[in-house]
Design a protein around this ligand. Structure first.
Ligand code: SF4
Length: 450
């Protein structure tokens, strides 16, 4: 028998984790933020891809079974999702089940933390199961701001990217709409029932219109949703303390992983706003502009003409992309804010300035810590009544955030709490959140809201 070397393992990872043409395949999207995942599936469907969102958290036991406990929690949850899906699909299709028909989507990010390793680890686990070595894993990387090159045919990429970005912004807005109306709803449960129906409508709209040239039917539908949502607010309910949520993107947006912390906060009297997904997408593009600018400067100093040309082109390309993203985001928020006062999103350049101003942390360190620390500071300065940092237990950037943001918030007299999640129930969690909300309410009584 031929000996399998480490090099063979790396070759297999390189061959079966990457950019594959998804046409004709069933494209499986793991649920992170429940709204934008479903809207993204709609975008793929509009471009002719048979995409669907996998059921989430049902396979947590499977995820735990094939991990050692040292992995990041999102890696465990998403592994459980794909294994559970495959198990169910085998049961459903019997002999007709063909792993070759599926492409599992697991993007990644480069940097000092482990997000870039999830899909490699998932590859190793899938390869250890009969037949599942043939399930391909599609990966996009933050290194090129999640370019779709290789996944979608070139001629469709531009339109896809525009619709994909719009679906992220619309997903953020639906989230913000829910958090704006639920604490003030006329009857308990109205907000949730409304938003479920609204997301289904918007996913349908993306599936119909995303590949068309004009995206205005989608925006028209969004405005209808916003107007209807506003009607759920009972104007007699007085304003509540406003809580800002920061932290690791997966766990803070994956409601089941964070045990619906926002709902618990609302139960104790909060209105909450979580950091957006658009923030991360804009950050990855901003980071490419920032790195190209540094490389350009170095090449200029050394008079290296080849490098100068290369980085000038990169700088222009990512600057234009970032400009487009900001413009699109501002336009959609502006349209929506004519009807309801949801929170706007901040620019990444502004967050970098916030960190520089007080010399607290640096974008050079990278990871989400630079976004979470600066957002916490920004929200505190804007008059939020408390900050919650939600993250996976052992998450490196989030522990960095906790160690820096906590003393900063204490100095500013802003209530602050860390919520680390690993799938277990912590008996003291609810009491801690209740105490936090008591402090936030005192802050609100003294200072008012933003
Ligand atoms: S951000 Fe945290 S949870 Fe995510 S990969 Fe990095 S260390 Fe893991």
């Amino acid at each position: 028998m031929e000996k399998v070397t480490e090099l063979d393992t790396f070759r297999v990872i390189a061959e079966r984790v990457g950019r594959f043409n998804v046409e004709g395949k069933r494209f499986l999207i793991p649920e992170m933020n429940r709204f934008s995942s479903h809207l993204l599936a709609g975008v793929f469907q509009s471009f002719g891809v048979n995409a669907s969102v996998m059921e989430t958290y049902e396979g947590l036991d499977l995820g735990k079974k094939f991990t050692s406990g040292k992995e990041c929690f999102p890696c465990v949850v998403t592994l459980g999702d794909i294994l559970y899906f495959m198990e169910k699909e085998k049961e459903r299709l019997g002999d007709q089940f063909d792993p070759e028909n599926y492409i599992y989507f697991m993007p990644e990010a480069n940097g000092p933390c482990r997000f870039g390793m999830y899909n490699k680890y998932h590859r190793i686990i899938l390869d250890s199961m009969p037949g599942l070595d043939r399930v391909k894993i599609a990966a996009l990387n933050s290194d090129d701001a999640y370019s779709l090159d290789g996944l979608i045919p070139r001629e469709k990429m531009r339109d896809f990217r525009k619709a994909g970005y719009l679906c992220i912004v619309v997903g953020d807005i639906l989230d913000r709409l829910l958090w704006r109306i639920r604490p003030y709803e006329k009857t308990e449960g109205m907000g949730d029932a409304f938003i479920d129906e609204a997301v289904a409508r918007m996913s349908e709209s993306f599936a119909h219109h995303a590949s068309q040239k004009g995206l205005s039917p989608i925006l028209g539908g969004l405005i209808e949703v916003v107007k209807e949502g506003k009607g759920i607010i009972d104007p007699r309910i007085p304003k509540k303390p406003l809580i800002g949520v920061v932290g690791e993107i997966y766990v803070r947006t994956h409601v089941k992983s964070n045990q619906d912390t926002i709902r618990t906060l609302e139960r104790y009297g909060a209105e909450a706003v979580n950091a957006s997904i658009g923030e991360w997408i804009n950050y990855t593009t901003y980071e490419q502009v920032r790195l190209a600018r540094i490389a350009l400067r170095l090449n200029l100093k050394g008079l290296r003409l080849k490098g100068l040309r290369k980085y000038l082109l990169q700088y222009l390309k990512y600057s234009l992309t970032l400009f487009y993203q900001y413009m699109q985001q501002r336009k959609v928020y502006h349209m929506v804010r004519k009807h309801i006062d949801i929170e706007e999103d901040h620019k990444i350049g502004h967050l970098e300035k916030v960190l520089r101003r007080d010399n607290i942390f640096s974008f050079e360190v990278g990871t989400e810590a630079c976004l979470s620390i600066s957002s916490a500071l920004e929200l505190a300065h804007r008059g939020y009544n408390g900050i919650v940092n939600i993250f996976p237990f052992t998450c490196m950037p989030s522990n960095l955030t906790a160690s820096i943001a906590k003393p900063l918030m204490a100095k500013l007299n802003i209530p602050y709490i860390d919520i680390s999640c690993d799938g277990s129930f912590q008996p003291g969690r609810e009491a801690a959140l209740r105490t936090f909300m008591y402090q936030a309410y005192q802050h609100f009584k003294t200072h008012g809201g933003p």
